[in-house]
Every structure is written in C-alpha cells, then in structure tokens.
Design a binder for this molecule. Structure first.
Ligand code: UN1
Length: 500
C-alpha cells in the first residue's frame, strides 16, 4: 500500500515528509500516513477573530450568490471524488465503496444546499391589528464551530458546511484527531472553489487540528454562535451544557443504539441483506449501525442460522481491495472496548458467536475482527450501551407491544426499523406509540440515510437535526417583524394605554 500518490494528488505531500506534528496512522496496516501540525491554544483567539471578520463580509452577499460557492464546491468534489474517497478509506479504514459513498453524500448535500440558497424563507403571519403586517425573516447566525468524528470524516462536515455557508456563516472545523488529513484535503478542495468564486473571504473556512483543549476553546468562545458536534454521548454531555451556559446554540448528533424489529411476516431475504449492511458495514462504526435485533420468537432460529452462515462468509481484509466488505476497526483501543463488551455480554447470559481478532488473510499491523452475533436472554445493561464495533445483540419477543417496549427502552434514540409485510404493524411502528427515534424505517435497515431527510435523533442522541428538510434553520437566527402601515397605534391584546 502506497499512500504517496493519493496524498500528492490532494496536495498533502508535505505532511508525508513532515518530521514533527501529530502522527496519522492508517488503520489498514498501522503504518504512518504523515504528520500534521497541531493548532495551539494560543493561536485560537486569532483564528476566531478571523472567522468573525469573514462572517461579517460573507453575510452581506445575497444567499443565492453564496449558493454559487457551494455549487462550485460540489463541482470540485465531483472532480476529486475518487481521490478523496481513497483517502477516507486510508485514514478511517472503511471499504472503498463506502469511502466513495461518503464523498457522494457530500456532493448530494451541496446540490441540496444550492437549491436551498434560494429558499431561505420565513412565514407571513396574520396580524390581529388593523393596518399591520407580520412576517419572519431568517438571518445569518455567526461563526459556526463544527466538530466531527473519525467514522464519517468528511460527509458530516459537508452536511453542516454546505448548509451553513448558504445560510451566511463562516466556519471553524475541528476534525477528529484520527482523521486530520481528510479534513485538510477538504480544505484544499474548498479553496479551489473559493478561488473560482472570486469575492469570498479567505477565512470562510478554517481547520483547527488538536484534541480536547482546542475543542474546549471553540465550545467556550462566545464568538461561536453555533457548535455542531458529532460524537459520543459522553462528549455531548460536556459540550451541550457548556454551550448552553453561555446561551450559545448547539446541534448535537451523538450515540445511537439502533434496532430492527423482525416480525412474523418479514421478508427474510430482504432483512438479511439489511442486517448485514447495517450491522457489519463500516465495521459497526456508524452512529446508525444496527446493534439490536428484536426478532419474533417464531423466526429466531431460522434467522440466526441464516445470519451465522452469512457472517461466516463475509470477506474481511484490506478495505481498498475489491470484494472486501469488512475493513479494520479503527484502533486497538476500539478492539479492547469490543472485547470488554463481549465479556460483559457473556456475564449477562449472552451466547457469543464470532468477535475474535482475525489474523489470517488481512494486512499485518491493522486490527481486523470477526463480527459478533450475541444471543441475549434479555435486554441487559450492556445491550443498552453503544459499543462502536460490529456486535449485534439478538433478543426475541412474542407480541409487538413487547417488542416496541424493548425497542424504546434504551437511552439513545437515533435510528430504527421494522421488517414486516403487515400494514398495521408498519403503521403502528411509525405512529406516536411506536418507535421513539429520529429515524424510523420500514423494510430498510437503520443506516445509510439519504441526505434529503432531517438526520438526527432523540434522547441521548442529542436532539439535533442535520442535512435535509428544514435542518437549515439551525444555522440561522429567526426574526419576527411587525410593520404598522396605518395612522393609528393599536396595541395587541386590546390593551389601552392612553394619557387622556
Ligand atoms: C454517522 O455515523 O455519524 O445514515 C452518520 C447513515 C449515514 C450517516 C451516518 N448517512 O448511515
């Protein structure tokens, strides 16, 4: 594996040669991809000031003109899709088809945001007073801080960035310390769009590299109007209250513990494909990964047999190679957490199949695992936790209310699905008494959402919504205006307040 040509083509060759800075390793074989200079805490105030100046300029451009920049970004992403997809695979270990899919997701959100730039509209509201008009207007918000995780190193940034830019904001992006190169590649691609655009401020997007201290610097700065953070619930528990303490806005996209209910009428072939993709895809490291399978007791044996056979034949190996479906897990620490979860599952009565490290037929130096299926007697403590690894807990149920009860009885609320051919069951699952998640699907797995819908979840998932639908509103401030075009000054609520 030679990362040289990819880094060179993306203008990152200096990081390959650098002798100091944050080391970046590929999970494929643990080798060093390069080194990246970290942002120091002392530099941060100047970075934030520059972002603020950029905001003040950028917000003056008409929104459709801002959309033009995002259109150019989408074009540049199309031109760089293959390279950036390969770098995503190199840096976070997902298979190339998923790396490319991630870049496609960036292109899709750019397209959506370009259209959105002509639709940042508010309502008009009937005033109770004669000769008055009420309306709301959406204005740019300010500097946005975007904190992203290693598992979607570029797409999640793009969901936020494309919309936030058309909404008139400037951006400071803190990528995961595990994936700074993809962020720097995106910065390079963005700068190409910026150069073609012409009159946009240079500091519209800045990337800061570093750990906790840098993240805290962004979270605590009053100059950052919005912090959009993707990551663990533990991270969100720190970010949310600190942003709220200064009355900033936050958009949190945190842990998921997504389930599938598999009913007596489910199409097993369809369900099997969905389970494989969503439980094993991205090595179980999507926030939308399938982690819990709640299967009707009449189908459990048949399903488990088919599933175990499918799991045993999944090609595991170098994610750059054709045909491989399961690449490495991100690092040794993630593997340890997986083993600890499996141990706890055993102690709580689980029967584990798989889950061990794979050493044959895989690149040396990476951590490769056999995905695990764990038959649980009940939804115990460990099942209610999110472990970022390919572990699928299987529980059985006998009636749908029981299944939905179990489904909702976890702290997280991101994504969910039911496999059924029964209309009543499907609609019940989607009703107010059904799934309590931000995403609820019928005959589709919980992962791989399209960008057109609002993406995010409830409870410990944090409540934020990104991407499509009206998620753009999170990046703007709303202003309600009442205009009096009469010659009187009537007060609302019939209040009289006259001197004579
Ligand atoms: C994430 O894992 O943080 O629905 C995002 C999906 C992808 C996004 C996942 N479109 O699986």
């Amino acid at each position: 594996m030679n990362p040289e040509p990819i880094l060179k083509a993306l203008g990152l060759e200096q990081h390959r040669q650098a002798s100091s800075g944050l080391p970046v390793h590929t999970p494929i074989d643990g080798s060093l991809l390069g080194r990246v200079e970290e942002t120091s805490a002392e530099e941060l105030p100047a970075i934030i000031d520059r972002a603020e100046l950029a905001f003040l300029q950028w917000r003056q451009l008409p929104a459709p003109r801002r959309g033009e920049l995002v259109r150019l970004l989408g074009e540049e992403l199309r031109n760089h899709k293959q390279l950036l997809g390969e770098l995503v695979t190199l840096e976070c270990g997902k298979i190339l088809s998923e790396g490319l899919g991630e870049v496609q997701e960036m292109i899709d959100i750019c397209d959506l945001a370009v259209g959105q730039s002509r639709q940042l509209f508010g309502l008009t509201i009937a005033s109770e007073r004669p000769g008055h008009r009420m309306a709301e207007t959406w204005h740019p918000l300010g500097v946005n801080g975007i904190i992203t995780a290693f598992n979607f190193p570029v797409a999640v940034w793009a969901w936020n960035a494309a919309l936030s830019l058309v909404c008139g904001n400037s951006l400071i992006w803190k990528p995961s310390e595990k994936t700074p190169l993809t962020a720097l590649a995106c910065l390079g691609i963005f700068r190409r769009a910026l150069a073609r655009f012409g009159d946009a401020p240079e500091d519209l997007l800045q990337v800061v590299i570093g750990g906790r201290e840098i993240g805290e610097g962004l979270v605590e700065s009053r100059k950052l109007a919005l912090i959009s953070a993707t990551g663990s619930t533990r991270m969100g528990r720190e970010v949310g209250p600190r942003v709220a303490a200064r009355f900033g806005k936050s958009l949190l996209e945190l842990g998921g513990n997504n389930a599938m209910i598999l009913t007596p009428s489910a199409d097993l072939k369809l369900a099997l494909r969905a389970i494989l993709f969503s439980a094993i895809g991205t090595c179980g490291q999507r926030c939308t990964s399938l982690r819990r399978l709640i299967v009707h007791q009449s189908r459990a044996d048949e399903l488990l047999q088919a599933l175990e056979a499918a799991y045993a034949s999944v090609p595991i190996g170098n994610p750059l190679e054709d045909g491989v479906l399961l690449g490495p897990i991100i690092d040794a620490a993630a593997f340890e957490r997986m083993q600890s979860a499996l141990q706890q599952a055993r102690e709580q009565g689980g029967e584990v199949v798989g889950g061990e490290q794979v050493r044959e037929g895989v690149p040396e130096g990476g951590v490769y695992v056999r995905p695990a299926i764990v038959r649980m007697p009940a939804q115990t403590e460990i099942v209610r936790e999110e472990t970022f690894a390919p572990i699928l807990y299987v529980m059985t149920y006998s009636d749908l209310d029981e299944a939905i009860g179990m489904h909702n009885d976890v702290p997280q609320g991101l994504s969910s699905c039911i496999f059924t051919n029964d209309l009543r069951e499907a609609e019940y699952f989607l009703s107010a008494r059904g799934s309590d998640c931000g995403i609820a699907n019928v005959n589709i797995g919980p992962s791989g959402a399209e960008i057109g819908g609002a993406f995010g979840g409830e409870k410990e998932t944090g409540g934020g919504r990104e991407s499509g639908s009206d998620a753009w509103k999170a990046y703007m401030r709303r202003q309600t205006s009442t205009v009096n075009y009469s010659t009187q000054l009537p007060l609302a609520q019939g209040v009289r307040f006259d001197l004579d």
